[in-house]
Design a protein around this ligand. Structure first.
Ligand code: LFR
Length: 496
């Protein structure tokens, strides 16, 4: 029997999930959950790193007899170390405002399109490139002392086992890695004067990198899993990736397809497609959409006002409200930073000439419908980008137009309301689950690294057997379809 521990650091909590694998069957259980709340340290919004490292070690102790551990986190954030391997400052959170204005500065050297052609990513101010440029500008002394830049999963791994690596799925969230050669883009590093030596050796996901010995525990293998949470979740997809797009809904919604090659065309750039390193040396073409962040922030506000409501209760209220009254553009910069989310949503509706939602139910309905409409819009773009790219290449993998289903992974799979709306609005069958996709993907990548699972297909099969998925069929009633098409046209006007 193999026993493995996945630690997934998400936007409000960290979770430790322990898996046991025997005779082809995987069982798993969440054994510990701890807070992961950013803290203001001096000028910056930071990771509470010492506390988190302590929590990770505590989780390992709680897990008891385990063979290995793997860490995944959201993308782009990193810590900087001096030459003795000491953290120079707490790792800064990507929602800190230090990156404001940095994409503009970066574009004095390369346009967003050139960066896309070289590295495959869309320009998001959160990408490590802009965080590094901000760091150089605001903390030149610390920058001069920086000997290593380690992304969050790599940083935790380093403090557990003493070995520093730069795992590729997280490395590509820098916007400095080439998607095909999978190595650093030298022109980008040179232009922004970021020495390659600051990064640890590039390493594929699923590599055993060292051992951790805790208090009273036997040595535990430290495995670089797909450090980027989105890619660990991708490893938990159970449907056929050739005909199914994944939609991983957590704080962010990542809509994408697994492919053999990136989409680097002009159209791909204009459509907003990002090419990321997948968990199994594949490329994931992704549309980055806001997720439950909007709802989380509303709920935080309502709770502070003493109007505490569970997600279930909020959805119940939303279900009682009239459909398609008003929409927001989920990815609008208006919603990027924390605070006052219900007011921001109302203000957005007013400024776009719509009636503003009043009650909590109306706000929630507005968020869900806008998300589902956005999923459709981005799915159409993804299909368009794939079709065009394949047309251009004579021997291309032909997958365009074959997205028959959507698999909703992550916490979003728990919301029947969102899953059904997505099925209806996108006109695709939705397969919902696993809810614990990120942790499950993390676990199977470890099992593969340990030699317990032979390959990717066996990993999928293992998860298929461990999970029950729910299917949502699109509502095809003519009146429903009409209302949706009408809403979609109105949505496209405000979502630009
Ligand atoms: C999801 C995620 C996304 C990334 C965003 C910020 O948790 O990792 O993939 O774009 O967080 O890093």
């Amino acid at each position: 029997m193999a026993r493995v521990l996945a630690i997934d650091l998400g936007s409000s909590s960290g979770r430790a999930v322990r898996g046991e694998y025997q005779d082809g069957s995987l069982t798993y259980q969440e054994i510990y959950r701890f807070e992961n709340v950013p803290v203001q340290k001096g000028r910056y919004l930071c990771w509470d790193f010492d506390l988190l490292l302590g929590e990770v070690k505590h989780a390992i102790e709680m897990a008891g007899d385990i063979d290995s551990i793997g860490i995944d986190t959201w993308g782009a954030d990193f810590g900087i170390l001096d030459k003795k391997g000491k953290l120079l400052m707490p790792p800064v959170h990507y929602r800190d405002r230090r990156t404001e204005g940095m994409t503009g500065k970066a574009q004095e050297k390369f346009s967003a399109k050139e960066l896309f052609q070289m590295c495959g990513n869309q320009t998001y101010a959160t990408n490590s490139l802009y965080q590094i440029l901000a760091l150089k500008e605001t903390e030149p002394e610390l920058w001069n002392q920086t000997a290593k830049i380690l992304h969050m999963p790599d940083l935790i791994n380093y403090f557990l086992c003493g070995n520093a690596v730069c795992e590729r799925t997280i490395a590509c969230t820098t916007q400095m890695l080439e998607p095909v050669s999978r190595s650093w883009n030298q022109r980008v590093l040179e232009a922004y004067q970021i020495p390659e030596t600051l990064f640890a050796p590039l390493t594929d996901s699923g590599t055993v990198i060292g051992e951790y010995t805790g208090k009273g525990t036997k040595p535990v293998k430290v495995i670089a899993v797909a450090g980027h949470d989105t890619q660990s979740a991708g490893a938990a997809m159970t449907e056929d990736p050739d005909s199914t797009a994944f939609l991983n809904i957590g704080t962010w919604s990542l809509l994408g397809v697994e492919r053999k090659q990136p989409i680097l065309t002009d159209l791909g750039f204009e459509l907003g497609i990002s090419n990321e390193q997948g968990p199994y040396r594949d490329i994931q073409c992704i549309m980055n959409i806001v997720g439950t962040w909007l709802l989380q922030e509303c709920r935080r506000e309502w709770t502070a006002e003493g109007r505490m409501a569970s997600y279930n209760e909020l959805e119940r209220q939303a279900a009682l409200c009239d459909p398609f009254q008003c929409f927001i553009a989920p990815n609008s910069p208006d919603f990027a930073f924390p605070g006052h989310m219900p007011e921001k949503i109302q203000a957005f509706c007013r400024k776009t000439g719509q009636r503003a939602p009043e009650s909590a139910g109306e706000v929630v309905r507005c968020i869900y419908e806008s998300l589902a409409l956005k999923y459709r819009r981005e799915l159409e773009k993804l299909e368009q980008g794939m079709a065009e790219e394949e047309e251009k290449r004579p021997h291309a993998q032909k997958s365009a137009g074959r997205i028959e289903k959507l698999q909703i992974l992550g916490g979003g799979a728990q919301s029947e309301m969102l899953c059904q709306m997505t099925a209806d609005i996108c006109r695709k069958q939705v397969i919902a689950g696993p809810v614990e996709a990120t942790a499950l993907g993390n676990l199977v990548i470890q099992l593969k690294a340990l030699g317990e699972i032979a390959d990717e297909e066996t990993a999928r099969e293992t998860i298929r057997r461990a999970e029950t998925m729910t299917t949502f069929i699109p509502n095809d009633e003519i009146e429903v379809r009409k209302a949706i098409e009408n809403a979609y046209q109105r949505f496209k006007e405000i979502d630009n």
